[in-house]
Design a protein around this ligand. Structure first.
Ligand code: ZN
Length: 146
């Protein structure tokens, strides 16, 4: 018998706080053959917020924005996503350098601080050259642990 779980939500869904790694380890423990992480993607949330936009228009301007993690290897997918919606405001951010979050200690291992910072800012420069459809660049100090 092949055991698989193909309906799993992680902390990236509004109805779950579970880490992806927890689901994976649980599936391995249960000797599952495969697991599919199926986080929510409900476009209606964007439109529901637009109801609020109308309801509160006399009190406040409600804008719909997004912070998108810019990564050159996902240029096509990121641009398709950003072009699909009419966001009022887009923050382009660097949350990863390669596949490492720069505030993690592993990013700083086996090289000087100067080299690590150079790597970090060069990846931002690469994003600035590649991506054109954001309004501001987010938190340039994302390498600082919070
Ligand atoms: Zn961010």
């Amino acid at each position: 018998m092949i055991k698989a779980d193909v309906h799993v939500h992680s902390k990236f869904s509004p109805d779950s706080k579970t880490e992806v790694i927890f689901h994976i380890e649980k599936a391995i423990e249960q000797r599952a053959h495969s697991i599919c992480i199926t986080d929510h993607y409900d476009i209606i949330y964007l439109y529901k917020k637009n109801d609020a936009k109308e309801k509160y228009k006399r009190e406040i301007d409600i804008l719909i924005g997004v912070e998108v993690g810019l990564l050159s290897q996902f240029k096509k997918q990121i641009n398709e996503f950003l072009n699909r919606y009419e966001f009022d405001f887009i923050i382009g951010s660097s949350h990863f350098v390669g596949n490492i979050e720069p505030y993690q200690s592993i990013f700083w291992e086996n090289r000087s601080e100067k080299e690590a910072l150079r790597n970090y800012f060069e990846s931002i420069l690469e994003n600035v050259k590649i991506f054109k459809n954001y309004d501001v660049y987010g938190h340039l100090d994302y390498y600082v642990p919070f």
